[in-house]
Design a protein. Structure first.
Length: 441
């Protein structure tokens, strides 16, 4: 059962700042160049809290990026840069965008609310990717310092009839806030405060199971924090007939954006793998070894988009390997790969990335699960052209161009309780941080 709750959000004050100057991409999508640009955009840009520059604090006085974030958050509230909604509400959230690499225009509709934290064993919230310890430690330190959530966990639910969207968007007027981000995505937010609408939404979502699309690290951080800071049992009820539902305690919920996985607006992009700094990588020896498991075909010279177009037209499991000796299409040999993948659940044996990680990276290149987790010799890039150029510039040994995971594959793996390799999905666009903030106190 998915429990959702309205909340008294903290929001940027439009009389003090412009929204486009203060919101950011999620913390893990902020490059150093973006971080610097955000810093120059406004002294109140959220990057100063969620991903502060370390050289701007006084370590001798006991400051660090987390204590400074807490100081700024408190100051912005005192200065009315951030103001809190008087009454609990939820927020309809729409993103209109052009699909990268095409001329197609789509709109992804969802809503922002609090969602109850569940252990995965409860089978209410499901993950689809492994997590890393370092990002979780970083996010936990920020949460402990600020006692607030500044970005939303991206959650998927199934609603083929579109009932939730009908509740939220039928008759929707002008947005309360809108902003266009650096990728040309138009983000619009409508505050929903009508108790009857909120109760209807809560009841409609009550039978849903949720899949984490983005935000695995932040979800697990919030769950761990909740377990550390709340009593084992409470007598207080979550709601009564005359009030809106509320969590038993603030730490029991986290801010989420809920999106219908059956809607047309969901776009998953591929994340390409770039392998670098191997001590003795030989392109010819690699392609020769790969022939044990794959049909290896040399491709004509072409830009990265040409290789991706060829890849999308392939049936079955396939990906492109780009080395300094050229580009090669690798198509799995079912009989040969079946034994190599025998230890994986059936729903993962059909994934291109399972073949790539288990056979190519681990078995043929010696990059086991630990090295992949630590990213010792592995980079992940959305931009295929940049991934290929790194090989041509001598900055990488081999780049693997991949197809995106489908929503059907993700759903099957997640609901089966399995996980894909890290960085298996890249949902586009990302949810902006700073549209709403959930303070625990």
């Amino acid at each position: 059962m998915a429990n959702i709750y309205p909340f008294r959000a903290w929001r940027y004050n439009p009389s003090v700042v412009r929204l486009e100057d203060v919101v950011t991409q999620p913390y893990d999508k902020i490059s150093p160049a973006m971080q610097e640009a955000y810093y120059h955009r406004s002294p109140y840009n959220l990057v100063r809290i969620i991903l502060g520059l370390p050289e701007l604090f006084d370590a001798e006085r006991g400051e660090n990026v987390y204590t400074r974030a807490a100081r700024d958050f408190a100051a912005w509230k005192d200065q009315s840069v951030l103001v809190q909604e008087r009454d609990p509400g939820i927020f309809a959230y729409s993103q209109r965008f052009r699909v990268p690499g095409s001329d197609a225009i789509k709109e992804r509709r969802g809503f922002i609310a609090l969602g109850k934290l569940h252990e995965y064993a409860d089978q209410v919230v499901f993950r689809h990717e492994q997590t890393l310890s370092k990002p979780k430690s970083d996010r936990l330190n920020l949460l402990k310092a600020t006692h607030a959530h500044f970005g939303q966990i991206f959650m998927l639910y199934s609603d083929p009839a579109g009932s939730v969207e009908n509740i939220l968007y039928d008759g929707a007027g002008p947005a309360d806030a809108e902003v266009t981000d650096e990728y040309g995505v138009l983000h619009r937010v409508w505050r929903v405060a009508d108790p009857a609408v909120i109760r209807l939404l809560v009841s409609t979502m009550a039978d849903k199971k949720l899949i984490i699309a983005d935000g695995h690290h932040r979800y697990e951080t919030a769950l761990n924090y909740s377990k550390e800071h709340t009593p084992a049992s409470l007598s207080r009820t979550e709601h009564n007939a005359n009030s809106l539902p509320q969590p038993q305690f603030p730490e029991a919920a986290v801010m989420m954006t809920f999106v219908n996985m059956d809607a047309d607006g969901l776009v998953i992009l591929p994340t390409h793998r770039v392998v670098h700094s191997l001590p003795a990588f030989d392109p010819a020896a690699f392609t020769s070894a790969a022939e044990q498991f794959f049909n290896v075909q040399k491709l004509p010279e072409a830009p990265a988009i040409g290789h991706l177009d060829r890849l999308r037209n392939e049936m079955g499991t396939a990906f492109v390997a780009v080395t300094r000796n050229g580009a090669f299409l690798l198509r799995s040999k079912p009989d040969a790969t079946a034994t190599a993948l025998a230890s994986l659940p059936e729903n993962q044996r059909q994934l291109d990335l399972s073949h790539l990680h288990t056979i190519i990276l681990d078995r043929l290149m010696g990059l086991d699960a630990e090295k992949v987790r630590e990213q010792t010799n592995l980079r992940y890039l959305r931009d295929a052209a940049e991934a290929v150029d790194q090989v041509h510039r001598g900055e990488a040994d081999v780049t693997f161009l991949t197809n995106p995971v489908t929503m059907e594959q993700l759903r099957e793996v997640a609901f089966a309780g399995s996980v894909m390799p890290q960085k298996s999905t890249d949902f586009f666009p990302k949810l902006l941080s700073g549209l709403t903030i959930y303070a625990l106190e």
